[in-house]
Design a binder for this molecule. Structure first.
Ligand SMILES: Nc1ncnc2c1ncn2[C@@H]1O[C@H](COP(=O)(O)OP(=O)(O)OP(=O)(O)O)[C@@H](O)[C@H]1O
Length: 241
C-alpha cells in the first residue's frame, strides 16, 4: 500500500501540490488525471523520491518510503519509453537484471517478458532506433516488468500512439497488472485509457484531489465532467446544461 499524506510542493511562490492525501491499496490500479501543468509529474517525482516535498509524507506499507529499498521493488514505463539508444532491445529489457545475473539468464528473462508484451525473439537484437513507436512502448513495458515489480508506474503510457495502438497498450497493461497482482499508478490524460487500466481514478486540480472514485462511476462524477469540458469546473451559467 502506498499512502500520501498532506503532500505539499511549491516552486518559488507557486503552489503545485497543496496537501495531497491519497492511498493506493496493494494490487489496486489507480489512474491520476489532470490538465497539463496541474502537477501530475511533480506528484510522481515526489512518490519516487526524485523531488522532495515541502511538507507531507509518502508511506510504503505503513512506513516512510525508503527510496533505496523501494527502487528494487518498482517498475516504470516512461513517457516516450525512454529506451537507452546504445543498448539492444534485450539489453534494455534486462538492464536491471544484468546487474545481478549473467547475460544468458538475463537474456532468457528478457525474451520471456518481450513475449508477454507481444514481441518475438526477432526483435531482441534490434536497436531502439529500428523500432516503431508502438514497439518501443512495448519494449519499455517489458523493461518495466522485467524484475517482477510490486509497484508499477505508467507515465502517460498512450501518449503519441494512435487509438488502435493505444488501446492495445492499455489492454496489455491491464492484463499484466491483473495477472501479476502489482499495484499500479498511471498518470494519463486519456480517459479511455483510464477505463481499461484503472480500478480507481483520481483527478488532480488546483493542487488538490478534486475527485477520487471507482472507474465504473466516472461518467457520473461532476468533477470529471468538468475536466472533460462538459461543464465548467466551478459552476457558472452553463453548469446545469
Ligand atoms: N523543477 C521545477 N521548477 C519550477 N517549476 C516546476 C518544476 N517542475 C515542475 N514545475 C511546475 O509545476 C507545475 C506542474 O508541472 P507538472 O510537470 O507536474 O505538470 P503535469 O500535470 O505533469 O503536466 P503535463 O500533463 O503537461 O505533463 C508546472 O507549472 C511546472 O511549470
Amino acid at each position: 500500500m502506498i499512502t500520501l499524506r498532506g503532500l505539499t510542493k511549491s516552486f518559488g511562490d507557486k503552489p503545485v501540490l497543496d496537501g495531497i492525501d491519497l492511498s493506493v491499496a496493494q494490487g489496486e490500479s489507480l489512474c491520476v488525471i489532470g490538465q497539463s501543468g496541474t502537477g501530475k509529474s511533480v506528484l510522481l517525482r515526489c512518490i519516487l523520491g526524485l523531488a522532495a516535498p515541502d511538507a507531507g509524507q509518502v508511506l510504503w506499507q505503513g512506513a516512510p518510503l525508503d527510496r533505496r529499498r523501494f527502487m528494487a521493488q518498482f517498475g516504470m514505463l516512461f513517457q516516450g519509453a525512454a529506451l537507452f539508444d546504445s543498448l539492444t532491445v534485450w539489453q534494455n529489457v534486462a538492464f536491471r537484471l544484468r546487474q545481478r545475473m549473467d547475460d544468458r539468464r538475463a537474456r532468457a528473462i528478457a525474451l520471456d517478458k518481450l513475449a508477454r508484451v507481444g514481441l518475438g525473439p526477432e526483435v531482441a537484437d534490434l536497436m531502439p532506433a529500428e523500432l516503431s513507436g508502438g514497439m518501443a512502448k512495448r519494449v519499455g513495458l517489458a523493461r518495466a516488468i522485467a524484475d517482477d515489480p510490486a509497484v508499477i508506474f505508467f507515465d502517460e503510457p498512450t501518449t503519441g500512439l494512435d487509438p488502435i495502438r493505444a488501446r492495445a497498450i492499455d489492454a496489455l497493461i491491464r492484463g499484466i497488472v491483473t495477472e501479476t497482482g502489482a499495484t499500479a499508478i498511471t498518470i494519463t490524460h486519456d480517459m479511455d485509457s483510464c477505463r481499461i487500466i484503472g480500478d480507481r481514478v483520481a483527478l488532480l486540480a488546483q493542487g488538490r484531489i478534486a475527485h477520487d472514485g471507482p472507474v465504473r462511476d466516472m461518467d457520473r462524477a461532476p468533477a470529471l465532467a468538468a475536466f472533460l469540458g462538459r461543464v465548467p469546473l466551478h459552476g457558472g451559467p452553463d453548469a446545469a446544461s
